[in-house]
Write a protein that binds this ligand. Structure first.
Ligand code: PGA
Length: 250
């Protein structure tokens, strides 16, 4: 196993309340004891917990991210929305954009592109989610879909230094079904080649998301092209999250 930097991004989705914060004490302790290991742990709780999380992780090397943002970068008359500037003000340095659960409710590639640009303006690192549905996969459209999502989502973006791509096959999210290693490796290499050839952008971090858990992490770690993981369900259990990180460095 190499000792390259790995990202572990905990996506809590619409789960958690103020009491849930207690559960991360063990994660804080774990990161303190494993300072020398080459990983970044980023929590993306719901907006309602960002402030409390920021207070809690202040003196740790855990970092904070939001799960989405508005496309306007500062303030505006948008009832119920949260801008990248507000997220940054709360102490978060990351934001997930283009998650399939949001694409499903109508987020277009153009909107996602605007969100990415606004987030970058506010110095946030974007976790840009892409991935094919089961229908796309069955029709052999995976490459076309990924290519489209990348080219539209990253249109006019000049640098990838603050972008992490999260490749999440939609059919793998929350289902316990993972792509075969060969397929996953092939798709990640394909994503990297599109970024290089079509956008002329340099090296980019690509993480995998979809049913990552302590039982499959060892196998996933054998795929060298992966720079880390976006973890949904399993990240709500501190024990499972610690296990995933620990097993990545054994
Ligand atoms: P999952 O979610 O780990 O529960 O499959 C991943 C995600 O949606 O980011």
């Amino acid at each position: 196993m190499t000792n390259k930097l790995k990202y572990f991004i905990a996506n809590w989705k619409m789960f958690g309340d103020i009491k849930s914060l207690k559960s991360i004490n063990s994660v804080i302790k774990f990161t303190r004891l494993n300072k020398k290991k080459n990983f970044k742990l980023i929590y993306c709780p719901p907006f309602t917990l960002l402030h409390a999380f920021n207070e809690k992780i202040k003196k740790t090397n855990i970092q904070l991210g939001a799960q989405n943002c508005h496309h306007e970068n500062s303030y505006g008359a948008y009832t119920g929305c949260i801008s990248p500037k507000m997220i940054r003000n709360l102490g978060a340095k990351f934001v997930i954009v283009g998650h399939s659960e949001n694409r499903r409710t109508g987020e277009s590639d153009i909107l996602i592109n605007n969100k990415i640009k606004s987030a970058l303006k506010n110095n946030l690192t974007v976790i840009f989610c892409i991935g094919e549905t089961l229908k796309d996969k069955r029709k052999n459209l995976t490459k076309r879909i990924l290519r489209n999502q990348i080219l539209k989502g990253l249109r006019t973006i000049k640098s990838t230094s603050k972008i992490i791509i999260a490749y999440e096959p939609v059919w793998s999210i929350g289902t316990g079904i993972l792509p075969k290693n060969v397929e996953l490796d092939k798709n990640i290499i394909f994503i990297r080649s599109i970024i290089k050839k079509n956008l002329n952008l340099k090296k980019i971090k690509i993480i995998y998301g979809g049913s990552v858990n302590p039982n499959n992490i060892h196998n996933l770690n054998s795929i060298n092209s992966i720079d880390g993981y976006l973890i949904g369900g399993a990240s709500q259990s501190s024990k499972k999250l610690i296990d995933i990180v620990r097993k990545s460095f054994i």
